[in-house]
Design a protein around this ligand. Structure first.
Ligand code: ATP
Ligand code: MG
Length: 283
């Protein structure tokens, strides 16, 4: 098997989750300390720890075969890579924000204004798509202070909670792009068998994360009502309890309809409900 190289962020918002997903896939390796490369001991894989800005181009050029990086960074660098899988973390939105005292109502009002950003490419594409001509001022960080310093009329930056905006007297005005961490591959290697093996493992971890294992007790006469609420991976497992006419039902439910399901299950007669995390689901 060819030894693949996967590039992940060295330190920052995506580092911990990137390491976690690879470890949950059963890969064993040393976390980044001072060396930029770590070898996986039980899979033909090397991990490169890089600045996130460099990851898309390294993957495009084949220096790394795979990478984990935010969609925003891929779009900004314009790298030509193959998208393999969204990873469900590092979610954020790139937004245009304006001083809280302003009362802009439409995007056109940004015509002729100056906008500070670290994402000039994404912002330029967005403004073009809206037919707006504004001046883009590129700053590499702390973009939020732009309007306060008189450097710009607005900013375009990543917003997750909006706290930083508020603290700097700004308010969100328009959404430019949503982003999350994705697994990308070099275009010449994305369908190689080694990649497929790793991708299968990553997908089984993601699937497990979005589901819960549920165990509950129910009296037999309520069983059908309860089972109707629990489709399970195939169908639920029913185990008789020592107490006559009672059974335990084991099943898998999606995290997203968890609370709704739990309430319906209780109403249908389920008792002693246990909810457990799942490590992997292999399908
Ligand atoms: P590096 O040193 O690797 O260049 P960085 O400072 O550019 O790191 P981070 O702040 O660690 O980047 O963010 C990495 C990625 O995490 C972003 O590009 C984005 O995709 C995602 N992200 C998610 N939420 C946020 C947020 N609230 N603020 C900034 N980035 C976020
Ligand atoms: Mg960066």
């Amino acid at each position: 098997m060819k030894t693949l190289k996967i590039a992940i962020q060295k330190s920052g918002r995506l580092n911990e989750k990137s390491v976690e997903i690879l470890k949950t896939c059963g890969l064993s390796f040393e976390n980044y300390k001072s060396s930029l490369i770590s070898s996986v001991t039980n899979f033909p894989l090397e991990i490169l720890f890089l600045r996130d800005d460099d990851i898309p181009e390294y993957v495009q050029d084949g220096i790394a075969d795979l990478g984990i990086v935010g969609e925003n960074v891929i779009e900004e660098t314009g790298a030509d890579v193959h998208y393999l899988q969204k990873l469900g973390f590092g979610k954020c939105t790139l937004k245009i924000a304006v001083p809280a005292t302003e009362s802009y109502t439409s995007i056109e009002e940004l015509n002729g204004k100056a906008i500070a950003t670290s994402y000039p490419v994404i912002l330029d594409n967005f403004l073009k798509s809206k037919g707006v001509e504004a001046q883009i001022r590129v700053i590499s960080g702390s973009v939020e202070i732009g309007p306060g310093l008189g450097l710009s009329d607005a900013i375009c930056d990543i917003v997750s909670t909006g706290g930083t905006l508020k603290n700097n007297g700004l308010k969100p005005f328009a959404d430019v792009m949503r982003s999350e961490a994705v697994l990308i591959a070099n275009k010449t290697i994305y369908d190689a068998p080694e990649v497929a093996e790793l991708l299968q493992r990553i997908r089984s971890v993601l699937k497990a994360k979005s589901n819960k294992y549920v165990v509950l007790n129910v009296e037999r006469y309520n069983l059908e009502k309860v089972v109707a609420l629990l489709p399970g991976v195939k169908s639920p497992t029913i185990v008789p309890l020592f107490e006559e006419n009672w059974v335990a039902v084991h099943s898998v439910i999606a995290e997203e309809d968890f609370w709704e399901k739990i309430n319906s299950l209780k109403a249908a007669g389920a008792e002693g409900i246990l909810v457990l995390p799942i490590e992997k689901i292999i399908v």
